[in-house]
Design a protein around this ligand. Structure first.
Ligand SMILES: Nc1ncnc2c1ncn2[C@@H]1O[C@H](COP(=O)(O)OP(=O)(O)O)[C@@H](O)[C@H]1O
Ligand SMILES: O=C(CO)[C@@H](O)[C@H](O)COP(=O)(O)O
Length: 508
């Protein structure tokens, strides 16, 4: 049996799946946690990756692997391959003013036409502008800008700081893929190329794409990862990328990596594009993921440019496009409200299902972390419609789930407005295991809802890339369905939510 592996280096944790390349059947899996916060040193991801490999029983029998990961996180490297500062993640909103400035300088229409995006604080381009303006000494040291999956792939191939990597700091070996490049704000899905003018506008320095050939760096020019195509390989895992076998962090799994056969490394992908691959999403499928972020996306044959910025026009990992709307407030809304109520997730679910659709008029606009769609980075969460009679624990629990899903339902409407056909909705992500989330999704979305069997679909999509790079063809593994809650659309839930949203204080 040929085995392939996929990684999801996500916001809260690192997950690894090992699958049968022929059938896509799960053979074993592992995971390790990431630290909290919107600013994280990439070394934590590296450590978690090593632990997750160990937890998954090592990679000795694996033929190929690929890395999916959280998008947009800014990893800055100097000439010696050192990380210049902790990465600013997709949910770090400090660059909101930089986003507004870049939008003013270029114009929303032109930005959308050139990159498929209108800047919000999540996108990498706003983060490099923030560093230019707030940390100029660090900005001067920057020799390359990468994303989380790019950096992990580079490290797995054996590159990194001289003291802690077998092959040293060759920045020209950095790679990425079109799905993750399309979330930077300086890569064009329609042109299939970097927009180096935009990079220079944001960071004040020239940039060029990595060549893949070792050579002397050109001192002032910033290197951007070489963009690999679908099915392409980035290289191979270096047998001692985690250090010499004796120094490995967690001997068993990493030790087998050091002594095992060569492992091909796929291109990797942004997590949402990887999930689309893992689900085998087709035209008409709309994927809703409820993890740290809330995302609603579909696979499209044409690049999307929405000058309102509601839909981001990413590229996907199969050669097509991935229109997407993303909220900052998803699974953590449920943990926050469960914390307020002093209950666990099971009890939150029981309470929410006890209340009537519409939660007795109680609405939670859940902007605990500010918001990205709509672009309200400084806003805060607020409950609306509370009366003595309606202020019950059940209504508060239901309002949390309804509010979280209504943000995504607005995204679905915007995807449709951009031309995405929508015939069914596939529900994935950690919070979807909550029965109330599944049942309430069937009331908030006006589409048949399908819940694929529980699984790490981002990691699975990365494994699709690994199998594709290894065997030369994209595998078509089946996806089992776990549940299909009966359609029970209640339009008043969204109407009440929209009414309450009009009263939001933008803050700032
Ligand atoms: N039964 C549940 N009910 C609600 N939320 C849950 C439940 N199980 C897990 N979660 C939440 O799902 C999130 C993890 O989902 P995941 O998709 O792995 O996130 P990410 O990919 O962003 O790291 C956590 O915030 C966790 O609290
Ligand atoms: O910002 C985006 C996509 O644009 C997020 O989807 C991140 O990619 C993080 O994903 P999770 O870790 O929440 O899965």
């Amino acid at each position: 049996m040929t085995l392939v592996a996929g990684v999801d280096s996500s916001t809260q944790s690192c997950k690894v799946v090992v699958l049968d390349a022929e059938t896509g059947k799960l053979v074993r899996e592992g995971r390790a946690g990431h630290p909290d916060g919107t600013e994280v040193h990439p070394d934590h991801w590296w450590q978690a990756l090593s632990e997750a490999f160990d937890d998954a029983g090592g990679l000795a029998d694996v033929s190929a692997l690929s890395v999916g990961g959280q998008q947009h996180g800014m990893v800055l490297l100097d000439h010696a391959g050192n990380v210049v500062r902790p990465a600013l993640l997709w949910n770090d909103t400090r660059s909101a003013a930089a986003a507004a400035a870049l939008t003013d300088e270029v114009g929303a229409d032109d930005f959308a036409r050139r990159t498929g995006l209108v800047p919000v604080a999540s996108f990498t381009i706003t983060k490099i502008r923030w560093v230019r303006d707030h940390e100029p000494d660090l900005a001067d040291r920057v020799a390359a800008v990468a994303l989380p999956h790019d950096w992990l792939t580079w490290r797995l191939r054996g590159y990194g700081p001289a003291a802690s990597s077998p092959l040293g700091p060759d920045l020209d070996q950095l790679t990425t893929d079109r799905s993750d490049a399309s979330g930077t704000g300086y890569w064009s899905p329609s042109a299939g190329d970097y927009d180096l003018e935009l990079f220079k506008l944001a960071f004040g320095r020239d940039a060029r794409e990595a060549t893949g050939n070792a050579g002397p760096g050109d001192s002032g020019t910033v290197i951007l990862p070489r963009v690999l195509g679908p099915g392409e390989a980035a290289g191979e895992i270096h047998p001692v990328c985690f250090g010499s076998p004796a120094e490995l962090p967690g001997a068993a799994g990493s030790g087998t990596l050091a002594s095992g056969p060569r492992i091909l490394l796929g291109a990797g992908a942004g997590d949402n594009a990887a999930a689309a691959l893992g689900l085998g999403a087709k035209a008409g499928d709309v994927v809703v993921s409820v993890g740290t972020s809330g995302t609603v996306f579909s696979v499209a044959s044409q690049a999307v440019a929405d000058p309102s910025g509601t839909v981001a026009g990413f590229a996907d990992a199969s050669g097509e496009y991935l229109p997407i709307a993303v909220t900052l407030n998803a699974a953590r809304v449920l943990s926050s409200v469960a914390g307020i109520l002093g209950v666990d997730f099971d009890e939150l679910s029981r309470l929410a299902l006890e209340a009537e659709p519409g939660a007795g008029g109680v609405v939670l606009v859940p902007y605990f972390e500010g918001e990205r769609t709509p672009n309200l980075p400084h806003s805060k969460a607020s409950f609306h419609g509370l009366s003595i009679a309606s202020s019950t624990r059940s209504n508060l629990a239901r309002a949390a789930i309804e509010g979280m899903l209504c943000g995504l339902s607005g995204g679905l409407d915007s995807l449709r407005a951009q031309g995405s056909p929508a015939t069914r909705l596939l529900l994935i992500g950690g919070a979807v295991q909550n029965p109330a989330v599944q049942a309430i999704a069937a009331q908030v979305f006006d589409l048949p809802v399908v819940v694929p069997s529980p699984g790490e679909y981002v990691a699975r999509g990365a494994a699709v890339q690994a199998a594709w790079a290894h065997g030369g063809n994209r595998p078509a593994w089946p996806v089992a369905v776990d549940a299909a809650p009966a359609p029970d659309f209640h339009p008043e839930i969204q109407q009440n939510y929209l009414r309450a949203s009009r009263h939001i204080d933008p803050g700032g």
